[in-house]
Design a protein around this ligand. Structure first.
Ligand code: HEM
Length: 186
């Protein structure tokens, strides 16, 4: 939501898609499946701001060679999820919020969050211990963000600007909580 406050043009493009798809009604669970820009906004949020900067620590089941480095059996391995999503060698202008990268012609098209076709984005982990509820989590994100944008215009408050500094709690959260002005759309 902070990125939508900071990027009003993205928020308006999303609102346009909501209006076109749902008219004046609430965004239903079914409707979110036919909203590509909404999906792109959520993916871009998970790329730039994954809630977990690491997945749960994993352990090497056997000696492994990864790019010439030996990971001995039994060693703990942590995955730098946020750094992957912000890697300038993988992503064009990684610190900018650009949902369009997940639409046709963008550098994020076809990205596979389950890791079966390579790993560039893994906010839910990958492999056998991938988040057990990835689908319901994605549905919740799409459903809530769409309905919150349908109800309100999310605006920055002068003198109380959005600050993307982070702090680590159980997940990574905003150091300065988001305090936007919500303007009812109707
Ligand atoms: C944005 C929302 C969510 C994110 C980013 C997320 C992310 C993750 C991550 C990173 C892991 C660890 C993967 C690994 O160890 O490699 C995980 C595991 C898990 N998640 Fe989620 N999760 C989310 C929502 C949920 C929800 C809503 C549920 C349940 C309703 C859920 C249930 C689980 C379970 C049960 C595991 C353990 C799977 C296992 O160890 O086999 N998650 N999740």
């Amino acid at each position: 939501m902070a990125e939508l406050v900071k990027n009003p043009a993205v928020q308006e493009k999303l609102y346009d898609e909501i209006k076109t798809t749902c008219g004046d009604g609430e965004v239903s669970e079914e409707a979110v499946h036919s909203m590509p820009y909404l999906k792109a906004v959520i993916l871009e949020g998970l790329r730039k701001h994954p809630p977990g900067h690491f997945v749960l620590p994993h352990k090497a089941a056997e000696d492994m060679d990864v790019g010439g480095y030996l990971i001995p059996k039994g060693e703990t391995v942590n995955f730098m999820v946020a750094e992957m999503g912000r890697d300038g060698e993988e992503w064009d202008r990684p610190m900018e919020f650009v949902p369009e990268r997940f639409l046709e012609g963008g550098d994020g098209v076809g990205v596979d969050m389950t890791g079966t076709k390579g790993i560039r984005l893994m906010p839910f982990g990958v492999g056998p211990r991938i988040c057990a509820r990835l689908s319901i989590a994605m549905l919740h994100l799409e459903y809530f963000v769409a309905n919150m944008v349908r109800e309100f215009e999310w605006k920055e408050v002068p003198g109380d600007e959005v600050d993307f500094a982070e702090k680590r709690e159980f997940t990574t959260v905003m150091k300065k909580p988001l305090r936007p002005r919500l303007v009812p759309r109707n």
